[in-house]
Write a protein that binds this ligand. Sequence first.
Ligand SMILES: Nc1nc2c(ncn2[C@@H]2O[C@H](COP(=O)(O)OP(=O)(O)OP(=O)(O)O)[C@@H](O)[C@H]2O)c(=O)[nH]1
Ligand SMILES: [Mg+2]
Length: 250
Amino acid sequence: MDTAAHGTPDLGRVVVVIPTYDERENIEAIVARVRAAVPDASVLVVDDNSPDGTGELADALAAADDHVHVLHRTAKNGLGAAYIAGFGWAREHGFDVVVEMDADGSHQPEELPLLLAALRDADLVIGSRWVPGGKVVNWPRSREALSRGANVYARIVLNVPVHDATGGFRAFRAATLEKIGLDGVASRGYCFQIDLALRTLRQGLRVVEVPITFHERVHGQSKMSRDVIAEAAWRVARWGVEARTARFRR
Ligand SMILES: Nc1nc2c(ncn2[C@@H]2O[C@H](COP(=O)(O)OP(=O)(O)OP(=O)(O)O)[C@@H](O)[C@H]2O)c(=O)[nH]1
Ligand SMILES: [Mg+2]
């Protein structure tokens, strides 16, 4: 690929990684919006063999646009595993910036330039619902309570100075992913996001939150489940205990 044609001036080449599982009704519109919002960036759809045919639809989008790529995986293996595969692809293809974004329209591609601008002075930028200026639109109270509760819990247990540690609209420098090392990441569900934020902070890297407007999905089904919540709760508790024990030993 030609860097001049595919790059953004001072950040280098950007890829927006979009994990999908049964997002047939959303994938076309979200890819089109990303392409319009950041025309120099590439898109990588990471599909876990969605039964609804999202992978084939993504292939058709890729065939029509050389900035769109698809990574097919064989089975639904969780968001974390899909992202790690996508990050590996981005590394092999020499991208300098890797963005995480949901397919369901909750994250607004039009806000990508804001995230990328903030990355000029950061190693990880988190699009945040829970900083001044951040908003959620059409979210049921129960979901808002879950997200706020999860963030308060993570802040107390892990002492992380981040307001939206579970947020999944993010921009990483490729160098950040390299430094934090992804081999030991076992988180599968949305605690993957907390895990990566924590690893980035522990490396002494710069994490910046920018306010975003988060919209409840309109089409398709949420993959949030009790298992995902339970995994986050016990992993965060374990990381908290590990951090305290390490401090005690020092
Ligand atoms: N490849 C892959 N993608 C997944 C998997 N689980 C979720 N996703 C995708 O990850 C993104 C976020 O999943 P959602 O179902 O929206 O979960 P959520 O945003 O936590 O929940 P809602 O707020 O209720 O939508 C979407 O693009 C999903 O299609 C998975 O196991 N594999
Ligand atoms: Mg969602």
